[in-house]
Design a protein around this ligand. Sequence first.
Ligand code: PLP
Length: 394
Amino acid sequence: MEIARRMRSIPPYLFADLDRKRAALRAKGVDVINIAIGDPDLPTPPHIIAALTEAARNPATHVYPPYEGTAEFRQAVAGWYARRFGVSLDPDREVLALIGSKEGLAHIPWVFVDPGDVVLVSDPGYPVYRTATLMAEGTPYPVPLRPEDGWRPDLGAIPEEIARRAKVFFLNYPNNPTAAVADLAFFNDVADFARRHGILVVHDNTYSEIAYDGFRPPSFLEARGAKEVGIELHSLSKTYCMTGWRLGFAVGNPEAVGALGTLKTNIDSGQFTAIQAAGVAALTGPQQAVRERVAVWEARRNAVVRGLRAAGLDAPMPRATFYLWIPVPGGYDSVSFAAHLLEAAGVVVAPGIGYGQRGSGHIRISLTAPDDRFAEAIRRIGDRVGAAARPGGR
Ligand SMILES: *Cc1c(COP(=O)(O)O)cnc(C)c1O
């Protein structure tokens, strides 16, 4: 047996050593606190579960679903975009159901990228953009994100020759892992840049509903002429605490949405109709459950940021997502500081290097663990790590 070359382009798993250390600590009976993973700790709202169970009892849902998603689901998506963003979508041509947004992201380079074509991916960024590009034998170009630019790309600094060769530009605001946000003015600039260079923008808007202090993140499709140059991917995973259900969607440019749909008819046969019915209940039903969940994360954000600052870490206050993107203290990089937090405090965080070279000075903490676990994690960090983290402490 020989593994294909394209598989060998997948980057080596960076955290094998950290995982080994974590397993060894657990084996010694240490109570390890995991605040690394971005998976909501709160359950799916009950009315969504009820819609699933009711639909699952109907034998009409037991057959293959329509490839592009059920008409009811696509109409629910279009209605939600109109209400939430004031963006009008044709449910037949501009909406496509996905088996989670990751599925769509991973397939997009197959549709738009020929071997050697450049794909603009942010560094740091969600790793799927890069690996999916490599799978399609495209060339990822890491667009640097810098704290002084609010972790948004400097479009003017992308070399002309790279922009000319680029086919796709993956963007994600509110952003994982940096928790950065973007406004409509930035999206207008992106749309202009994409039009000038003939690039398809793929905006990953997974975190549009997870925002705080009254902030309402925009859709890329609100930007001038965005539908001519881009699509947006969305997910029910984070908004409705449905990561295990695998339901998302792509919307926007009808040619692009249609082409992605054509690829998918050759790969999968769609998501279970009963899960799409649950998605309809989520998108068209009461949104109170979303507000309640976001309020839990907002209160936790306030407490955790305060606690970590008191414990000696330089934690910024994010306006969206459930991530804290925290610079590591002097003398550490992201992997060595994550190892130190694990060994000294039994706390698991995500080293920023996992999101790209420019993540090497940060760790990512996810607010998706219960409050009491955070209280304990903060206490341990304050007692055993914080002193060394403070300026002059090491
Ligand atoms: C969680 C996440 C996804 C994946 O969402 P699914 O719909 O569950 O596949 C996509 N993009 C980003 C940036 C994420 O953080």
